[in-house]
Design a protein. Sequence first.
Length: 478
Amino acid sequence: MARNITPRKENYSQWYLDVIKAAELADYAPVRGCMVIRPTGYAVWENLQAKFDAAFKATGHVNAYFPLLIPYSFLNKEAEHVEGFSPECATVTHAGGEELEEPFAVRPTSETIIGHMYSKWIQSWRDLPVLINQWCNVMRWEKRPRLFLRTSEFLWQEGHTAHETEQEAREETLRMLGVYKKIMEEEAALPVIAGEKTKGERFPGAVDTYTCEAMMSDARALQAGTSHFLGQNFARAFEIQYQNREGELAYCWTTSWGVSTRLIGALIMTHSDDDGLILPPRIAPVKAVILPISKDENTAENIILPKAKELAQKLDDELGGLCVKVDTDFHARPGDRFFAHLQKGVPLRLELGEKDLASGTVRLVRRDTGEKLDVNNDNVIPTVKKLLADIQNNLYERAKTFREANTHDAKTYDELKEIIDKQGGFVRAYFGGTPEDEVRIREETGATPRCVLPGNDKGKCIITGQDNARLTIFAKAY
RNA sequence: CGGGACGUAGCGCAGUCUGGCUUAGCGCAUCUGCAUGGGGUGCAGGGGGUCGGAGGUUCGAAUCCUCUCGUCCCGACCA
């Protein structure tokens, strides 16, 4: 249907890029791996940001800002951390026309510099917990960039907390994982599985890493957000010590957690179709668009437009403002205007023409299903509210149904191989192997352990044959 | 980082092998006018590129050579 978008079945990667281009979400920057987030894409990010930020504040966190440049030596203080990040770290070696004595790292993440500051700020158990979040950009020099999913520079949020006890820090890690899951599911309509990462997939420097794992519409997995229990690793590396209630010096227990603009990639690949972008109403910058239609421009402008504006105002009042757009591009033909909004993923289209005025109705068209409804003027506002809620719900349910239909169980390693090879999707299997086993599985199947399911479901490991292995999801991932 | 493909107007392409035959062409989009108008309308007229960038070969380069930047696909690598 859309002539500027490659059908999903034909070439998934191309489809993804075409949707981004058609919806004007982002464009390539002149620097390899970097992108420009265009106003529409940025508006989506702002909406996501607003939801997460409110949830962070509600759980007692405050925002702050730490610098972009980090003394490179800081990264070296945590062995696993530097090993994990140095390959993708950009460094600044010159400034002011001179070579620097010590290079700066452009932050790939901020555990180190925040750890450094925390060691200065934290003296006593009375200073704890410290619950700080920052919204910023980070840079990771990726070999193979893809818009939103893996760009050299991206926007994200990183929460960094320090606690008095291990239990408190562990609770924080899981609390934020829960916050992520809730917002992803309720606001972004992305069904996710919240679970633990295996050893091989852990964040460099973490004791435990948790993830919200989503399935894209090609049945591949996408890590949508992570939360890390850092134990005392960074506290020891940066001497984040405090005097405890007994008057002794003790190391803090820290956590970190983040979600990024990658979520926009997840939204695209979860909800959109061959006509272009589909956005869940709760995070769509424009929730509904009203199109005044008439073959006579004068009628459109002087009779229909005022009514459209009036309706938009009423809807805005009901929906919380600035969410309804009136399309005043009378010169363009209706078909062109439909497609423009279709591709940009506006959840609901309201058509208001002479026929509607005569019959006292408005035509409503859903983006997710294409369903059309003629609704009496009196019922427009409640119907719009209902439809937006329905669309939100439908997108979530649709994605969840797809995920469930593409999730299979494997009793043996051979079965796992077979399913990954023939059907793809998520494969549940008991796994208790080592990181070396994970590497071997990846090499032999292309799949990686995405997440260990919560709960006490245990069984015989498909690799080692040992009992008590935890139920783990394997999949090919982005 | 290895293998492959590619970079010519906003988008998609032809021309590149066999340098001059083009003031660099085509489709879509765009602009103007008229008609049209509820899922991509029709006719007419117009605007826009110096061929990713730098250097070289040549009387002459979008076309040949060297370097460089970027994109896509596969692989390696990677929260």
